[in-house]
Design a protein around this ligand. Structure first.
Ligand SMILES: C[S@@+](CC[C@H](N)C(=O)[O-])C[C@H]1O[C@@H](n2cnc3c(N)ncnc32)[C@H](O)[C@@H]1O
Length: 379
């Protein structure tokens, strides 16, 4: 018998199963205690691995393949390791400085190798679209950006803001297709901004066309005088703790009837999820918003369309990144990670292998990517 056949009123009193936002006080507390046990077990396994326990990839992968569908389908509340994962928090962008240190300002040579660094497709740290037949990472990213161009209905002449623009990959590609589009890229990562500053001096790059403006800064502190026709944000909102405030701020950057295209990792579970492991080692304060939660928070931006992209697309992307990472050791092992490379390599392999499995579990139907097209209307 699946717990779904139990009435919500009875489920309310049973810990662990189903929707944690609808629990009696006792069931809620018991669920949170159970979650702490899951956190401890997860960290125990992860830290044994990163401290040198020899576990073949296949064994690690089958551990994830076995556990994750059970959590996703039956016990999603156990995937919310901290209270803050379940609700909006005070800050718009969460723990930005720590996030840059631990993740985005890592040696760029390593990230560029892993993500791919082509002439037109610069490193892109978000899902590629494989379901249209791409047979390599670069093509999957081209297909993904083409999909965004279509859904956001980009027109030549648009003035676009890319919040969390990474290495300028999407901007470079779109500028190459539309001779009159203008882009502003906002990014807090100093190292990624340095990459773009170099491209802005390189005549072969569309970032040097005079149609690209770079702002190195944090969404929390940024203001713009001008209003944009369109805003996009791809793969960034897992670092956002307060959707309501962030949507309000982004709406204030948009012309009336301007559009915002949000592309995020999402879960089709009742609650948001995260993990103690990624919080400590990979994405501090990162959380994956539930697909149905996002539109509930847009008072200033109205969601007019949304799409769920199957997680197998992201599983394939992570598999390509893992392969690139593994094949680049000779190039990257001497870089400064602040810890010895052997340990860094294990921390990252645990993350990459886990995410390959996560997005493939439940045939990609629960953990995937969400796209939300929103419009700035008068209240
Ligand atoms: C996962 S990457 C995605 C990059 C890019 N959109 C892409 O698709 O390749 C997230 C990006 O958001 C940036 N970012 C994270 N928090 C930010 C903040 N508070 N303000 C500005 N940029 C931020 C990171 O530096 C990084 O470039």
């Amino acid at each position: 018998m699946s717990f779904k056949s139990i009435s919500p009123e009875i489920q309310r009193h049973i810990p662990i199963i189903g929707d944690i936002s609808n629990k009696s006080d006792l069931a809620y507390l018991t669920t949170r205690l159970a979650t702490q046990t899951v956190n401890m077990v997860q960290m125990g396994v992860a830290e044994a691995y990163i401290n040198g326990l020899e576990v073949p990839d296949d064994v690690l992968r089958s551990l994830f393949d076995t556990c994750m569908p059970v959590f996703f389908k039956h016990f999603p509340s156990l995937l919310a390791p901290y209270e803050w994962v379940l609700q909006e928090t005070e800050q718009m962008a969460e723990g930005s400085k720590e996030l840059m240190r631990l993740q985005y300002d890592l040696p760029q040579h390593m990230l560029n190798h892993m993500l791919g660094n082509g002439n037109l497709i610069y490193p892109k740290y978000s899902m590629g679209l494989w379901e249209k037949g791409a047979d390599n990472l670069e093509q999957s990213q081209v297909d993904m950006i083409d999909d965004i161009i279509e859904k956001l209905d980009i027109q030549d002449g648009d003035n676009i803001l890319d919040f969390g623009c990474g290495w300028g990959c999407v901007a470079n590609y779109i500028l190459s297709k539309f001779p009159n589009v203008r882009f502003t890229g906002l990014n807090l990562s100093h190292e990624q901004c340095d990459y773009m500053r170099q491209k802005m001096q390189d005549p072969k790059s569309y970032l040097s066309s005079g149609r690209f403006i770079l702002i190195e800064g944090d969404l929390n502190d940024t203001q713009f005088e001008e209003k944009f026709d369109k805003i996009m944000s791809i793969g960034v909102f897992c670092h956002i703790g307060n959707l309501t405030q962030s949507f309000k701020k982004l709406a204030s950057f948009l012309k009336l009837n301007g559009k915002f295209f949000l592309h995020i990792i999402t879960v089709r579970t009742p609650n948001n999820i995260s993990s103690a492991y990624t919080h400590k080692y990979i994405f501090p304060h990162g959380r994956y918003w539930s697909f149905d939660t996002v539109p509930r928070h847009n008072q200033d931006l109205k969601t007019i369309q949304r799409w769920y992209l199957n997680g197998t697309n992201y599983s394939q992307t992570f598999a390509a990144w893992l392969k690139n990472f593994d094949e680049s050791y000779n190039e990257i092992e001497d870089l400064d990670y602040g810890i010895e490379f052997a340990r860094f390599r294990r921390i990252w392999r645990f993350y990459l292998i886990w995410f390959v499995a996560n997005f493939a579990s439940c045939d990609g139907e629960i953990n995937g990517n969400g796209q939300f097209l929103m419009v700035h209307t008068e209240r």
